[in-house]
Write a protein that binds this ligand. Structure first.
Ligand code: PMV
Length: 332
């Protein structure tokens, strides 16, 4: 195995959706049923090194552990997209460190595929811009589409069957009075993957249609709220949007419930603090952890309040983050 001459190291932050993506219209091309909007987070990210190797197979190392055939295959299929585009069929070594609780509903796949896409873009000399690259990142994980850019990002669902118009658009850099606090309830890998849960929801939930019907309105209102830098509006739309997404899952057969007791506890605390005058709202993804949208200027106070109920190591606060960054480029 020879490697080391073309090493690229990329860092990508994760994002949390404020208007969620839930459901694919094309499972192979990862085309969504609806558009979505997210916020990129500074504190959660993946750093990935990629390099060509003289080997028959790709190698995938995650957090220092060589991954099994199943996990490596997933990554290889993603690398194939870049190999075909570049017409270079070399094998690749991927070495990734995740600074996100992997697969616990904290969107680790978004930063993981974002960083990998960023590295492969240079390794294969494609040099695509972020919008073009978002279409490739999408093929690893839908939420990765939105992770390459900083601030608030929209994933436009597009309408073309080949997915050429299903891409990310930056709405706002987000460097104003907004932040997020994450309360970790359970960091175990989730039992039902988001892909499987989406599929089951579409196929069996009577509420799915209602969800799709309201998404465009939520998108429009969220875009306006972001433009106006209105944290309360952003939070209100995001909170209801998350609850609507989970409602579609409760109606699935068999039902999918990602919430745990701790999830409800945080929701109640958020509601109570809101009564005391703080601007804070919750959102939950495919896992029990709760993300709290709030004002950056109130973040310290909110953190202190949360510490009354949860231990310090379970609370992570974050400002808005940048998207993809290239940390190292050693192409010879
Ligand atoms: O892209 P995936 O498979 O990680 O799915 C993401 C789904 C949600 O996190 C629940 C919503 C979203 O838009 O990120």
């Amino acid at each position: 195995m020879i490697s080391g001459d073309n090493m690229i190291k990329a860092k990508c932050n994760t994002n949390i959706a404020l208007v969620k993506y839930w459901g694919k219209r094309d499972e192979n091309l990862y085309l969504p049923m609806t558009s979505s909007i997210s916020m990129t987070l500074k504190e959660f990210y993946t750093i990935t090194s990629v390099d060509f190797i003289d080997s028959h197979e790709d190698i995938f190392i995650l957090d220092g552990i060589i991954q099994n055939e199943k996990e490596t295959k997933k990554v290889s299929r993603f690398i194939d997209i870049f190999r075909e585009k570049a017409n270079i069929y070399k094998k690749v070594k991927v070495d990734s460190i995740n600074h996100v609780a992997t697969a616990a509903g904290l969107a680790s796949s978004a930063s993981a595929y974002g960083a990998l896409a960023g590295g492969l873009n240079l390794l294969f000399d494609l040099n695509l811009n972020m919008v073009e690259l978002s279409k490739l990142a999408r093929r690893g994980s839908g939420s990765a589409t939105r992770s390459l850019m900083s601030g608030f990002v929209k994933w436009d669902k597009g309408i073309m069957p080949n997915g050429e118009d299903s891409k990310a658009i930056q709405l706002d850099n987000g460097y104003w009075d907004i932040a997020m606090a994450v309360v970790l309830i359970d960091e175990e890998k989730k039992k039902i993957s988001s892909t499987e849960a989406m599929k089951r929801t579409i196929e069996t939930s009577p509420f799915y249609e209602g969800w799709v019907n309201e998404q465009e309105l939520d998108i429009l209102q969220m875009e306006r709220a972001i433009k106006n830098r209105d944290v309360d509006k952003i939070g209100k739309i995001a909170e209801r949007n998350a609850l609507k997404m989970h409602a579609t899952m409760l109606g699935a057969k068999p039902p999918i419930i990602y919430f745990q007791e701790g999830t409800f506890k945080v929701m109640r605390i958020v509601e109570t603090l809101r009564e005391y005058g703080f601007s804070l709202y919750y959102t939950m993804d495919a896992g029990p952890n709760v993300k709290i949208i709030c004002k950056k200027s109130e973040l310290d106070l909110i953190e202190k309040e949360l510490e009354k109920y949860f231990s310090k190591d379970k609370i992570i606060t974050s400002e808005i983050g940048s998207g993809l960054e290239i940390l190292y480029d050693d192409r010879s």
